[in-house]
Design a protein around this ligand. Structure first.
Ligand code: BGP
Length: 485
């Protein structure tokens, strides 16, 4: 007789997730080159705010480079993990983290992206971080590319628009796989690979003035990333026996606004456009439904012999995704109006939204987990989830972030339901376990952490770390393996 799962597996990977450019700082230290992310802090605030389709031109980059790069902005200084990683990792260990998601900043290893030799100081920094994590028994989960392409590759090749970048990325991956083969088992190839469709600069290091046919450039760049991801999956398995290499999607479950079949069909199409990425990564081939989209939008993907074979032969070991919100869509005219959600759609009357308009939907996480597991039958890993909020520090220094605890609790309850539904879920890393710079606003005031960092939007503050109420709460969640919420 079949037995149902009752809760999280014993080896469930609880932890937190970060990205180098939002966390580390030291943007120009020890031989690090500039990356595309380092330029974003200079984009005027009005343009940055909540704007995912942000475009950056070569003229803008030239202006930024001609200006004063040492001027302090939170983004380029991150929260100084570069110098404080020991203190921060000790706090993660105190919460009982089993896993820590971080990214390697490619430009720390290959400052220009196409250097002949890697930068030893950059390699050493990550050795130190991994050693510190392993000292506490925390498993590193490493993203190879989290919204940062070495700026040199953007200026020279227009980033991922060029096929040349595949080989350079593979060389970078080979370098870090070899160096850290005894330290890192879990890897992700590209953060939120689908975001390249919304922001070619953020996802692919592509400059706005070097694009003639936008959709053609976007899907060609994605093809390069799919090939690169498969090559690196192959390489990782060869260099690190037992390694687990995953893809990463910004998952957006789409709901129809009504039961009108036109709305339902619209939701299906939106869903396919989002699942396209995991279809390629996990099933190893382009799905048929994209052929029509490509034909209708005059997109012709240039492929080289062997591309389809490598994509087919080296699919991912697990599927990871970020989950912040769901999307509600309609075929009606109001469907073109943004309902306050980050990525459009109409307002869902059943959901509350965060202060940034991200519609909060814990049940949607259970739906998402079931959708992905039914479709791929591969282990799933939630590598980002959390609530961006403005925290208030009380006179005695305490921070009562009950709203954050409540958000996370509701999502974990639904995760547990999904596990009971039979979904194979291997881990959960809450986004920004320590406050870090927001991706969409480049500011500090949108905070996700269990650990508060004293730093404001102008880059002022002591950088001191302190525990919010959610710190002890998450500690007990991990201790009880998700039983005490
Ligand atoms: C994801 C990114 C992260 C992160 C998170 C929260 O899309 O992968 O880098 O920042 O969103 O977004 P934000 O910082 O804009 O609140």
């Amino acid at each position: 007789m079949a037995t149902a799962n009752t809760g999280f597996p014993n080896n469930f990977l609880w932890g937190g997730a970060t990205a180098a450019n939002q966390l580390e700082g030291g943007f120009d230290l020890d031989g690090k080159g500039l990356s595309t992310a380092d330029m974003i802090a200079h984009v005027p605030k009005a343009l940055r705010k909540g704007d995912h389709s942000m475009e950056i031109s070569s003229r803008r980059i030239a202006e930024i480079l001609a200006g004063d790069l040492s001027e302090r902005f939170p983004k380029r200084e991150g929260v100084d993990f570069y110098h404080r990683y020991k203190e921060d990792i000790a706090l993660f260990a105190e919460m009982g983290f089993k896993v820590f998601r971080m990214s390697i900043n490619w430009a720390r290893i290959f400052p220009n992206g196409d250097d002949a030799e890697p930068n030893e100081a950059g390699l050493q920094f990550y050795d130190n971080v991994f050693d510190e994590l392993l000292k506490y028994g925390i498993e590193p989960l490493v993203t190879l590319s989290h919204y940062e392409t070495p700026l040199g590759l953007t200026l020279k090749y227009n980033g991922w628009a060029s096929r040349e970048v595949i080989g350079l990325y593979v060389k970078y991956a080979e370098t870090v796989f070899t160096r850290y083969r005894n330290k890192v088992k879990y890897w992700l190839t590209f953060n939120e690979i689908n975001v390249l469709t919304m922001s070619p600069y953020t996802g692919g290091g592509i400059l706005s003035d070097k694009v003639e046919h936008r959709l053609q450039t976007i899907y060609q760049a994605l093809h390069h990333q799919f090939v690169a991801s498969a090559m690196v999956t192959k390489l990782g398995h060869e260099i690190i026996p037992g390694s687990q290499i995953g893809c990463m999607l910004a998952r957006l479950e789409s709901y129809p606004h009504t039961c009108n079949p036109e709305d339902v069909r619209k939701a299906q199409v939106e869903s396919q456009m989002n699942l396209f990425f995991t279809d390629v990564h996990a099933r190893g081939e382009y799905p048929n439904y994209m052929n029509r989209y490509f034909a209708e939008n005059n997109i012709v993907i240039a492929r080289e012999p062997g591309d389809d074979e490598i994509i087919a032969a080296h699919t991912v070991d697990f599927i990871s995704f970020s989950y912040y919100m769901t999307l509600t869509v309609t075929a009606g005219p109001e469907g073109d109006v943004t309902g306050g959600n980050l990525v459009g759609g109409v307002k869902n009357p059943y959901l509350e939204a965060s202060d940034w308009g991200w519609q909060i939907d814990p049940v949607g996480l259970r739906i998402t987990l079931n959708t992905l597991y039914d479709r791929y039958r591969k282990p799933l890993f939630i590598v980002e989830n959390g609530l961006g909020a403005i925290d208030r520090v009380e006179a005695d220094g305490s921070i009562h972030d009950t709203y954050r605890i409540d958000y996370l609790k509701q999502h974990i309850i639904q995760m547990k339901e999904a596990v009971r539904d039979g979904v194979e879920l291997i881990g959960y890393t809450a986004w920004g376990p320590i406050d870090l710079v927001s991706m969409s606003t480049s500011e500090m005031s949108k905070r996700y952490g269990f650990i508060y960092v004293d730093l404001d939007d102008e880059g002022k503050g002591t950088l001191a770390r302190s525990k919010k109420d959610s710190f002890d709460w998450y500690k007990q969640v991990i201790e009880s393996n998700g039983e005490v919420l």
